[in-house]
Each structure stands twice: as C-alpha cells, then as structure tokens.
Design a protein around this ligand. Structure first.
Ligand code: SAM
Length: 211
C-alpha cells in the first residue's frame, strides 16, 4: 500500500495548546468543531458506553457547549477548548479514535487548503483513527462534498458512502438552520480499512515540547 500523495504533515513544530492536559490512553470518539455541543450531548446520551471528546476552538461556542454539558449532567463528554490540530498531535495515540465526526465544518471559501481533507494534517488525523472506524463529514455545500469525494479517491484512497441528511434531522445548530432554509445537507461516511497505513502510525503523542 502506498502512502497518501500529499506533503508530510510537520507535526514536530506544533506547540501544545494553552492549558493543555494529557487525557487517558483508551478508546474514545472525537468530534472536531463541536460548536455549541448539541450533537455531542445527543451522541453521549445515545452512546453511554462511549467517551466523546468534543473539541471547539471558538470561546463563546465552547462556553455554550460547557453550559449545555453541565446542565444535562452528561458524564461521557470531555469538552475541550482548543484548536484541534495541535491538540490532536499532543493528546492522541495511534488508533485511539473509535469514531470521528466533523459536522458542518467552516467552508473556508478563500482558503481551500484549510479544508480538512485538503490538509496534510488529515493524514496525521487518520493515523489516530482505529482500523475499521468511520469518519463522518457533513456539509450543506455541494461543492465541499464533491471536492472531499475527489480527495478521498485521488489522495486518501479511502472508501466512503454518501448520504442525504433527512429534512427533519436536528443533530447540530447549523444543521437545523440549513435544513430550515431548505438546503441540501449531505454527509460522507468514510471508513478506514484494515491495513491502511500513514507515515505517522508509529508517532506517539506529546513530542515533548512545552508541556
Ligand atoms: C460552521 S461551525 C459548525 C459547528 C457545529 N458542528 C454545528 O454544526 O453546529 C464550524 C465550527 O468548527 C470550529 N472549528 C473550526 N476549525 C477548528 C479547529 N481547528 N479546531 C477546533 N474547532 C474548529 C469553529 O470554531 C466552528 O464553531
């Protein structure tokens, strides 16, 4: 098997996020860009035997998630206020993530290189995902989904299924807003196959800087 056809991600130079804390080394699910935490709380309630890390970079959204999390007293969510990229590098072990969710990511219209599947970081992220696990990528932008499909075929060589989100789905605040406007929302359910290799499969977290 060949590695993805993209320049290697330079994880060595990333400093740990402010107030970074080491987490347990055990299987967990991860939601990146969890916003105000609606999906995280629904997911945690529906999967009491799983632990979900819900990471959000924007302070006011993170605080809303924290408030919701506390009001519902859900035990199995770990809300993290950080940029997911350095946090993943410093916190996660290879194959630790049982399920990965990226729901309605910022479309980055002026920075296509910052879209998740266009970034070298995505190879590092894949190395943290368990073989056989799924990655859900949802968007209301048809071009975003189309571009992600092309990347999955040409760069990542990963199998996926494309689904239309039901009009009455309400997993996230953005999903509710887009569906109310009558927009087409779609998601790709990507699988990491057994034996899939990345250049980061042996890299352990916490490269020893700034901790
Ligand atoms: C369009 S919003 C969607 C929020 C939520 N998933 C929803 O559907 O309601 C995208 C979110 O991703 C967050 N985000 C973008 N890049 C991030 C990163 N590198 N690390 C953590 N969060 C990020 C943004 O702060 C924003 O809240």
């Amino acid at each position: 098997m060949s590695y993805p056809n993209i320049r290697p991600f330079q994880y060595q130079y990333l400093k740990a996020p402010r107030d970074f804390q080491i987490i347990e080394h055990r299987p967990m699910c991860l939601e990146i860009g969890a916003g105000k935490g609606k999906h995280a709380c629904l997911f945690a309630a529906a999967n009491p035997d799983r632990q979900l890390i819900a990471i959000e970079r924007t302070r006011d959204k993170f605080q809303a998630m924290q408030k919701l999390h506390q009001s519902l007293a859900v035990q199995n969510i770990l809300p993290i206020h950080a940029d997911a990229i350095p946090w993943v590098v410093h916190a996660l072990y290879p194959q630790q993530i049982e399920q990965l969710l990226i729901l309605y990511p910022n479309p980055e219209p002026h920075n296509p290189t910052q879209r998740w599947l266009n970034m070298p970081f995505f190879e590092y992220l894949l190395s943290r995902v368990k073989s056989g696990a799924t990655i859900t990528l949802a968007s209301n932008i048809e071009d975003y989904i189309h571009e992600a499909e092309q990347q999955l075929k040409q760069v990542w060589h990963l199998p996926y299924q494309k689904e239309t989100i039901a009009a009455d789905s309400a997993r996230t605040h953005f999903e509710v807003k887009y569906l109310q406007r009558g927009e087409l929302c779609q998601q790709l359910i990507i699988t990491k196959p057994e034996g899939y290799q990345t250049r980061f499969d042996q890299v352990l977290p916490c490269c020893g800087q700034d901790q």
